[in-house]
Design a protein around this ligand. Structure first.
Ligand SMILES: [Zn+2]
Length: 460
């Protein structure tokens, strides 16, 4: 069997659309829907993230006019360090700049401690749980991924999130490279603009002095973040993670909330995009602005101009099956077979795997595990013969509209009688139903002469 044509091919030049136009412009809506479908079907996803994914977390923009940085700078009238140099190692050449940096880091960390993870962080966790995520590489130092129990690190298979610019929640000695959590004492010193001395080094020094030996140098503790102009201390391990991911044949690269200006991230995205394209996959870029067309031509296929969280929520509406967890699957193979036979009478192309009732009411979903495909040899043959397991089929049972309030009410009653709950709003958490209930609902929906019952089938 020839592989099915992908719904959206990779592009020679980047196609850029605004998510806000998806509802009003049919072409944009189709394109965003096509990207959503590709995201849903992908099985080995690489994620690259930047500050844009943490915007909605409650961390204030720190570089703007009234941002955190300028507030801190006011406390240091003699400081010459500019906002753009805040993450540049050049600031250590001046004691006042160093003090500004220390105070700033304490304030920034305290903002981060009060922040919450966002829809994007939750989405990354979902992909990880569904075993669809190869890894997430982030430029962020906030560590918000750990709020979703994602493993941060550089230790091969165990690490899900690689922090390319370090971690603000750890302090590192400039001499012995020992790593520590922030103590209250460290916090106070740094806030006042002083760099604390390393405990490891101090203990060693005291030991030597007590033995009458020459007192060695003592290292200083600074937040374990990588500044511009510095090498990442774990560079080799990160390189190994990247190599392993490239060999794992990623079929989708999602880049979210980064302007792609830093050299390291540019290189990573370039290499990953090439590997993804070799696999016939696509590269999707979610950001408020598009980087220069010339440098990303042939590398980024689709740019969606959107807030990162808004894009995830849009994806949830378009591909509800992707957001269902495996544990929410209460179906046995025999039931699947039965209901699919029932549904066949309604529409011939309804197949297997996951069934979502949505339409305007978007109130319940059913997902069957892939083993359910095995339920009937006849179905299995049919499935292999004319359906691409990675292909979505959305069938409107009765594609006219639910025109009258009476019809709407009838349908709502039918839903309520089957599920014991009224239909929920479009973005509400889906109610999971058994396929038996689905079959009953289908009958009642038909007898209620409803028209907004949609059955979507998702492959896994
Ligand atoms: Zn030390």
């Amino acid at each position: 069997m020839a592989p099915a044509m992908p719904l959206l091919p990779q592009q020679p030049a980047t196609v850029s659309v605004r998510l806000a136009d998806a509802a009003s412009t049919a072409d944009v809506g189709r394109l965003v829907g096509g990207v959503a479908s590709r995201v849903s079907k992908a099985r080995r996803i690489l994620f690259v993230t930047g500050a844009g994914i943490s915007c909605n977390a409650g961390i204030p923009d720190f570089r703007s006019e009234n941002g955190l940085y300028n507030l801190v700078k006011k406390e240091y009238p003699n400081a010459v360090v500019k906002g753009k140099d805040l993450f540049d190692s050049i600031l250590f050449s001046d004691p006042v700049s160093t003090a500004v940096f220390c105070t700033f880091m304490v304030r920034l960390r305290s903002c981060i401690l009060g922040a919450r993870s966002t829809s994007v962080h939750k989405f990354i966790k979902l992909l990880h749980d569904k075993k669809k995520l190869l890894r997430c590489y982030t430029q962020n130092i906030d560590g918000l991924e750990s709020r979703e129990d994602l493993q941060i690190g550089v230790e091969g298979k165990q690490s899900t999130v690689v922090q390319l610019h370090g971690n603000i929640h750890r302090l590192k000695c400039t001499l012995c490279c020992g790593e520590f959590d922030w103590s209250e004492e460290d916090c106070d010193l740094l806030e006042d603009g002083y760099i604390p001395e390393c405990q490891n080094c101090t203990e060693k020094a005291e030991e030597r002095t007590s033995l009458g030996k020459r007192c060695p140098r003592v290292g200083l503790l600074r937040p374990n973040i990588v500044l511009y102009g510095e090498e990442h201390p774990d560079g080799e391990n990160i390189g190994r993670c990247i190599d392993a991911d490239m060999k794992s044949r990623p079929d989708l690269l999602i880049i979210a909330g980064t302007s792609l200006k830093v050299i390291g991230i540019k290189r990573l995205v370039r290499n990953a995009a090439k590997v993804v394209h070799e696999r016939g996959g696509i590269v999707v870029y979610i950001n408020r602005t598009l980087p220069a067309a010339s440098s990303w031509k042939g590398l980024i296929d689709y740019h969606i101009d959107s807030d990162c969280d808004e894009w995830v929520e849009d994806l949830r509406r378009r591909q509800p099956g992707l957001f269902l967890k495996q544990t929410e699957i209460p179906i046995t193979p025999s039931k699947t077979g039965k209901v699919i036979e029932n549904l066949k009478g309604v529409k011939s192309k309804v197949e297997i795997n996951s069934i979502a009732l949505s339409g305007a009411l978007d109130m319940c979903q059913v997902v069957a595990p892939s083993s359910a495909i095995e339920c009937s040899s006849k179905l299995k043959r049919k499935y292999k013969a004319d359906a691409d397991p990675l292909h979505d089929i959305t069938n409107m049972l009765e594609p006219s509209s639910m025109t009258t309030p009476e019809k709407k009410l009838k349908f709502k009653k039918a839903v309520k009688s089957v599920f014991g709950l009224p239909p929920k709003k479009a973005n509400a958490k889906p109610k999971i139903a058994t396929l038996e209930k689905l079959a009953i609902l289908k009958d009642r929906a038909e007898s209620a002469d409803t028209s907004l019952l949609t059955i979507s089938v998702y492959g896994r």
